[in-house]
Each structure stands twice: as structure tokens, then as C-alpha cells.
Write a protein of this length. Structure first.
Length: 127
């Protein structure tokens, strides 16, 4: 393929140019949730939290932020965005950044609990 020394250098320069172009074209969109976990007292109860959602991209994009099946906010020709999201749910919820090419980034708000809900209920009787 590239066996002679001058030709070898040209091949390496060409490969590096192609690799850097592909890397910049496929620059990922970063999505960050703060906090990414909500803690409820008991399993199955609603969890309440204010989540800070931040995203950033190297290139300006048209994006919409979705929580489950709901559209929260859209940005046009933006490199970054921020949203305060009032989270209320009993289960995990997926947050997605959707562009014209589909889902570009996603993260999950996890719901944890302090006490696990047990199905067995104990009733004390004296008689």
C-alpha cells in the first residue's frame, strides 16, 4: 500500500486529515442532568426534584428537549442550552435531545427510595 518513505508520509497525513474531519463531523452533543437522581421516602411514591438540564455542542443545531413523551423546550441554531425542570414522578424518566437526525443525546433521571414497599401487611390483634 504505502511502502516508500515519502509516500508513507503522504499516506499518514491523508489518514490524519480524514480522521480529524470525521471526528469533528460526528462531535457528540453533551447532555448533563444535575442532580440525576431523585429520592422518595417509600417505593411507589411520587418523587419531587428540581433538575438542572444543560447541553452543549460544538456546532449550532436545532434541537428539542423531551422528557418521556412530552416536549419541554426547543432551541434553534444554538450551541448550548439550559433548563430548570420540575421533576415529579414515581419512576425513572428518560430525557432526550432530539434533532433533525433523531436522538442526539439522552440521560435518565433515576428514582430511588429510602424504604422498599412490602406487599405483606402485618396486622396485630389481641384476640
Amino acid at each position: 500500500m504505502c511502502s516508500e518513505r515519502p509516500l508513507l508520509i503522504v499516506c499518514w497525513v491523508g489518514l490524519l486529515a480524514v480522521a480529524s474531519t470525521a471526528a469533528s463531523a460526528a462531535e457528540p452533543v453533551r447532555l448533563k442532568l444535575t442532580p440525576d437522581t431523585c429520592v422518595a421516602l417509600q417505593q411507589g411514591r411520587q418523587c419531587y426534584a428540581t433538575i438542572q438540564i444543560d447541553w452543549h455542542s460544538q456546532t449550532a443545531l436545532d434541537l428539542c428537549l423531551h422528557a418521556g413523551s412530552r416536549k419541554l423546550q426547543c432551541w434553534q441554531a444554538s450551541n448550548s442550552g439550559r433548563l430548570r425542570y420540575e421533576f415529579v414522578a414515581a419512576d425513572n424518566e428518560r430525557i432526550q435531545l432530539v434533532g433533525t437526525d433523531g436522538i442526539l443525546a439522552e440521560a435518565t433521571i433515576k428514582v430511588n427510595w429510602v424504604q422498599k414497599n412490602t406487599k405483606v401487611k402485618r396486622h396485630w390483634r389481641l384476640f
